[in-house]
Each structure stands twice: as C-alpha cells, then as structure tokens.
Design a protein around this ligand. Structure first.
Ligand code: HEC
Length: 460
C-alpha cells in the first residue's frame, strides 16, 4: 500500500442480510518498510459508519468488550457491524496493512460477512441480491415431496393415502388428502380418527378435516379476486361442498367432547372455516373490533416533526443508522392512522394492503419509501379509482371488492361506499396513491425507525 493515501475497511453482509453481523478487524497494524508496526488503534479514523450498533476499538457492535470467537480479549481490535465502511489516512512510510478479520464473539458465530481492504470505496454489485427477499432461495428439498403429493392428488389416490395415515408416511398422506375434496376422504379420516389412539395423529387428522371443510369456488367470470390476491388462504373464495356438513358436525362433536380444542380453534381460525359452535374460546380471548374511520389523517399529515423537516433522501440515509423498537412501532401504527386502512391481523377484514406479511415481501427501505412516497409505486390492485355515478355522485377510492352487480370502494377517510354497477356512469384509474403522503412527518427519526421495524417484523 505504499502509494495508498486512504485505507477503506469495508464489512459487507455476505449476501444474506445483516443479522448478527458483528464484524471486527483484530490486531490491525500499519507496517513500514523496515518492519516497524503502528497500531491502528493509535490513529483516528476519518469517517466510520455501520449498519447497526457501535463502532470502536476494543468494543463489539453491542458495546461489550471486544473478544474474538475463541473468547480472547481484543483491546486493539476494531469492532463494527455490517454494512460498515471505516476510512483512515495511511501514515507516511506504511507499506502494508495487517489484520485478522472475523466475527466478534457477540455474534455467537451466526453472522456471515465479507471483508474488503481497499484504497477507495469498492463497489458491490453482487451484494445487492440480499434484497430479494425469502423467495430468492429455492427450497430444493421440498420439490420431490411436492411432486409426489401433486401426483397422489392427480391420481385421486384416496385409498392409498388413507392407508398411509398413521404410518411413517402419515404427514405426506395427510398433505395430499387436504387437497382432495371427496366424501370418501371425509369418511376415511373420521374412521381413522375413531380407531387411532395416538393423540398427535388425531390432532393432525382434525386439522386436515378442518382444512377441507371449505373448497375453492369454481370461477364463473362474474367476480374477481378484488384488491390483490388475499394471501391469508387457503382459498380465495371459499364455499361449502358436499362434505362440509359431515365435517362440521364431526368437529363440533369433538369440540363438545373437549377433544383437541386448541387445534380446533387454531385451524378453524387459520382456514377461516367458521365452523359453527366451536370458536367460543377464540371469540372470548380476541374480540375483533372493527376499526372506525375516526382518525383525522390530514391533521396527522400536517404536523411537522423531525421526519417532516428532512428530505426523503436524508431520512432514508438516517434510517441506516437507527434501529427502532418493534413495540413502539406497533403503537405508532395506530397513532399515525395507519390502522384506518391497514391491518396486521388476518382476522380483520382487509381494507388497504394487508400488513401482516409486509416484512416478508418488502425490505426496510421499500417499506420506508412506501410511507414517505406513496405515489412512487402503487401496490398491485390498489390503484386509485375515480367513479362518477348516474345519480350525480363522485367517488375517489380504491376498490375493495367487486361482484357482477356491485363495487365496494373505500375512500381516503377509510369510509366504505357500495356502488351498483348499473349506477356507474364512468370509472377510471388515477396515477396517485390513496395513501396520504406525510403521515410520518410528525415523527422523530427514532420513531420512524420503530414504525419500520414493526412492519419489517410482520412476517407471518
Ligand atoms: C387512507 C388510507 C391509508 C392510510 C391512512 C395509510 N395507508 Fe398505506 N397504503 C394505502 C393504500 C391504498 C396503499 C396501496 C397503494 C400504494 O401502494 O400506494 C398503501 C400502501 C402501503 C404500503 C406498501 C404496501 C405494499 O405491499 O406495497 C405500506 C408499507 C404502507 N402503505 C404503510 C402505511 C403506514 C405505515 C401507514 C401509517 C403511517 C399507512 N400506510 C397509512 C392506504 C393507506
């Protein structure tokens, strides 16, 4: 490095996100031509930034004394957290930089990072794939079982599957059976349940029966999946079928007998089956209150706090260095009026985009951008629609449901309007989002980061 003016010590997240990436430069020294060493810890850095926590000699990102993975104290080591860039001036006469790079012991061996030493800021085109989200990595071990289950379903291999219930292949057999809506499956599973003495198997059978209590409605062209695929599943438009009655009665009987009530409640809610008479417990423990449109969104947007006074670019940059608290974010989610249009609870009716999974779909940056600049990208299915009716009303909102004869819309105040298709004079899409800009303006940077942290944690 005899010609270097600056030394860039860069720690990257290794492409897998930056969880537990407590990187450290251990025993860093400049070496001169005659072999003399100058400790890096005796110098001051020019600039230093990191993705989280503290940066410093002798400390890890958590602020604890810096130790290497083997537990050895490293008072001269430089602790930081990916993604981090620390820049030093190279002292005169230095020809070499020497250090060991690794994880601080506070990472508990979990981090995965990449170290770079350079005389200028290196570019990391390849590292950006870490932003792709969970579906970027295919789950290859599941492919074979998945193909096998598909084949069993296509073959309608009901008897073979029923025979396998209770064997070593029980799990896959039940997996296939929950995709076959046939009264033979219902009868077979009920029979297996009655003859089985294994409680976990009985629980699995109950779960399977509840899963096939409803079926996907055949598509007849008169309706659509409205706002965006409702990812709560397992069916987009569930309806009852021939087997429903028997399943309902059987599940209710188990409920009344006090059998596996936790399984029944959980699966009845998860599949939104609404089997009659079995969900008293869940109703008692989690009352679902409809959210009234009582928030004054324009007042929230007018208040100017730290975030409102900064440029969006500065907020995005600052966000890199503030972590935020999930709990606080949850409070802000209602305080800032988000609940007027969004919910994180799959049991609540979806109004605007469902937020219960947003952390699995969008990165922190994308979430922040969606809040700061709602118009920049509009989520699929949530385009703003302007409707004029034949009786002289004008409505602006996004469509929450649509059938052959009615359109249900939600306006900016979160209020629902139902318009008869026959009464529509004109209807067209606008290029602006229904989500008001500026709802985060009144927040401090810390609070904004908390709101983002809360949403990023929504990965049901
Ligand atoms: C008046 C209704 C309304 C309010 C209030 C509202 N939003 Fe939205 N939001 C929407 C609509 C409609 C969309 C979809 C259109 C778009 O992408 O701009 C959306 C989109 C989003 C998205 C992107 C979702 C995705 O999957 O792309 C995020 C994140 C978000 N909102 C967060 C918030 C937060 C946080 C608040 C509170 C500060 C909030 N919203 C308040 C209506 C609202």
């Amino acid at each position: 490095m005899s010609k270097w003016k600056k030394l860039y010590l860069v720690v990257n997240d290794g492409g897998d996100g930056d969880g537990e990436d407590h990187g450290a430069w251990f025993n860093p020294v400049f070496v001169s031509a005659d072999g003399r060493e100058v400790k890096l810890s005796s110098r001051k850095w020019k600039t230093a930034k990191s993705g989280w926590g503290k940066i410093g000699f002798g400390i890890s990102a958590t602020g604890k004394p810096l130790k290497s993975g083997d537990g050895k104290a490293q008072p001269d080591g430089l602790g930081t957290h990916a993604n981090s860039t620390i820049v030093f001036d190279v002292p005169k006469g230095a020809v070499r930089f020497k250090a060991q790079a690794g994880l601080a012991n506070t990472s508990k061996g979990k981090g995965k990072i990449q170290f770079t030493v350079s005389d200028s800021m290196p570019s990391f085109a390849a590292a950006s794939n870490s932003k792709e989200g969970p579906h970027a990595t295919p789950n290859s071990p599941i492919i074979l079982p998945h193909v096998a289950v598909k084949a069993l379903v296509d073959l309608e291999a009901i008897e073979a599957c029923l025979d396998a219930v209770g064997s070593v292949n029980s799990r896959s057999a039940l997996w296939a059976l929950r995709k076959i809506h046939d009264t033979k499956v219902v009868d077979g599973l009920i029979a297996k349940y009655s003859t089985s003495s294994e409680e976990s198997l009985k629980a699995d059978i109950l779960a399977t029966l509840i899963r096939i209590y409803q079926i996907e409605a055949p598509y007849d062209g008169s309706w659509w999946w409205s706002t965006r695929p409702d990812t709560r599943g397992p069916y987009y438009k569930p309806i009852k079928w021939e087997g429903s009655k028997k399943i309902g009665a059987f599940v209710k009987a188990q409920w009344d007998a006090g059998e596996h009530r936790d399984i029944i409640v959980a699966h009845n809610a998860k599949t939104r089956s609404e089997i009659k008479g079995v969900d008293v417990a869940s109703i008692a423990s989690a009352p679902v209150k409809p959210v009234g449109p009582k928030v004054d969104l324009s007042a929230i947007a007018r208040a100017k706090g730290q975030v409102g006074k900064m440029s969006i670019e500065d907020v995005m940059l600052a966000l890199d260095n503030v972590k935020g608290k999930v709990k606080r974010g949850e409070e802000l989610f209602s305080q800032q009026g988000c609940i007027a249009c969004h919910t994180t609870d799959a049991k609540q009716p979806a109004k605007g985009p469902f937020m219960g999974q947003v952390g699995a779909v969008l990165t922190r940056e994308q979430i922040a951008e969606s809040i700061l600049k709602p118009n920049a990208s509009i989520s699929q299915g949530f385009a703003t629609v302007s409707v004029e009716t034949k009786d002289g009303k004008a409505l602006v909102g996004f469509i929450t449901a649509q059938t052959a004869d009615k359109v249900e819309m939600r306006d900016i105040a979160g209020q629902v309007h139902i318009v008869k298709v026959a009464n529509i004079k004109s209807k067209h899409e606008l290029e602006t989002s229904m989500m008001p800009a500026g709802l985060a303006n009144s927040l401090t940077m810390e609070d904004f980061a908390s709101l983002i942290a809360y949403l990023a944690s929504q990965k049901k």
